[in-house]
Write a protein that binds this ligand. Structure first.
Ligand SMILES: [Cu+2]
Length: 147
């Protein structure tokens, strides 16, 4: 059976949605979505730990990392479940996201359901220097179940 999740952006881009789909447990998950109003350049793009956000993205915690891996790029061998790479907008600020990933699952024990997806203000430094979690989020949303 197909498992589908959805995330609606908070922060002014509420028209835009990210869809998560996994054909069955163990198969790669596909993420498709878009955002608008993005500033020029690359923006980091992650899944964070928590989905309860009374203080916005500040409550979303660190990267979703159930396997305790190093933070890195989405195509590196060792990476965290939450590393989705980057989003780069076109001239008009619209960006599309398309990720196929085998680490991310919609079924337990490493399901991303109920976690928060965050687009950051800056490009990813891939864990090299600085406290990446102190950097601002431009938009975020909680991953929820849909049909
Ligand atoms: Cu992040």
């Amino acid at each position: 059976s197909v498992c589908v999740c959805v995330c609606v952006w908070v922060g002014g881009w509420v028209d835009d949605t990210v869809f998560f789909e996994q054909k069955q447990a163990g198969e790669p998950m596909e993420l498709l979505g878009s955002t608008k109003g993005l500033a020029k350049g690359n923006h980091r793009f992650h899944i964070h730990e928590f989905g309860n956000n009374p203080q916005g993205y500040n409550s979303a915690g660190s990267h979703f990392n159930p396997l305790s891996k190093k933070h890195s790029g989405t195509n590196d061998k060792e990476k965290q479940c939450g590393d989705l790479g980057k989003v780069t907008p076109y001239k008009d600020g619209v960006a599309t996201m398309s990720v196929k990933d085998s680490l991310i699952q919609l079924s337990e024990p490493i399901s991303v359901k109920g976690h928060t997806i965050v687009v950051h203000e800056k490009a990813d430094n891939l864990g090299k220097g600085g406290n990446i979690e102190s950097e601002k989020s431009l938009s975020y949303g909680i991953i929820g179940i849909t049909k």
